[in-house]
Design a protein around this ligand. Structure first.
Ligand code: ATP
Ligand code: MG
Length: 203
């Protein structure tokens, strides 16, 4: 049965769709991958023709997602707490919560993490982790943010994705891995490896 990786954060513009597309392209080398968009505004669906190599599926019913005939399904979600998230979370194997590294961005994670905790109570095998995205090269991460993250009781992935023009150009270059920015490629590859390790181990 397909593994399901869901990318969620109720805040808009944190990089959910960008990471969803690039992870799908990255895993696609070795696995059959579908990218499912449960956002009714469908930002990923809008760019379907830019990624003919990807199986991009507008969501039908959540129960049907797991039945899709793929090894891996990556689900992109909308920027609000949709009433469909609980069911989606309970059916996921891994939830990635991208956030910018600012204090208020990290504060905004709480309700998404709360929903994840409720889903984990029902589905103990469900794992989740925070990924810091759009980290500014020089500003780095402040102690305030590190202290706040430490209270979240949700693992933080070691990989950080920096704020890079090459990543913002994902659609133009047909994916980070297709572009020329080696540091960006290394970050997305490292993210994919870390996710695989979390899914296949009991950590
Ligand atoms: N690491 C990054 N470096 C630079 N730009 C980025 C990075 N990640 C995402 N972006 C840019 O930030 C913007 C928001 O990203 P994206 O649309 O993926 O966020 P989202 O969480 O899916 O937003 P929404 O919730 O509104 O769907 C886009 O313009 C995207 O190109
Ligand atoms: Mg989006």
């Amino acid at each position: 049965m397909a593994k399901i990786i869901t990318i969620a954060h109720q805040k808009g513009g944190v990089g959910k769709s960008t990471l969803a597309i690039n992870l799908a392209l990255c895993f696609q080398d070795q696995l059959s991958v579908a990218l499912v968009d449960i956002d009714p505004q469908g930002s990923i669906l809008h760019i379907k023709e830019d990624f003919p190599q990807l199986s991009i599926i507008g969501e039908n019913s959540l129960q049907n997602i797991r039945q899709l005939n793929f090894d891996l399904i990556i689900v992109d979600t909308p920027p609000y707490l949709s009433n469909r998230l609980p069911e989606l979370f309970e059916n996921s194997d891994f939830i990635i919560v991208p956030t910018k590294a600012g204090f208020f961005d990290v504060m905004a994670i709480r309700s998404t993490l709360g929903l994840i905790k409720e889903a984990q109570a029902k589905t103990p095998t469900l794992k989740a982790a925070i990924i810091l995205n759009m980290v500014k090269a020089r500003a780095g991460i402040t102690k305030d943010v590190i202290d706040l993250l430490a209270t979240m009781d949700t693992p933080i992935l070691k990989t950080m994705i920096h704020d890079r023009v090459s990543i913002a150009s994902t659609v133009i270059t047909c994916g980070i891995l297709n572009g020329k920015d080696q540091k960006a490629k290394d970050e997305i590859t490292s993210l994919a490896e870390e996710i695989v390790n979390h899914i296949i181990t009991d950590q």
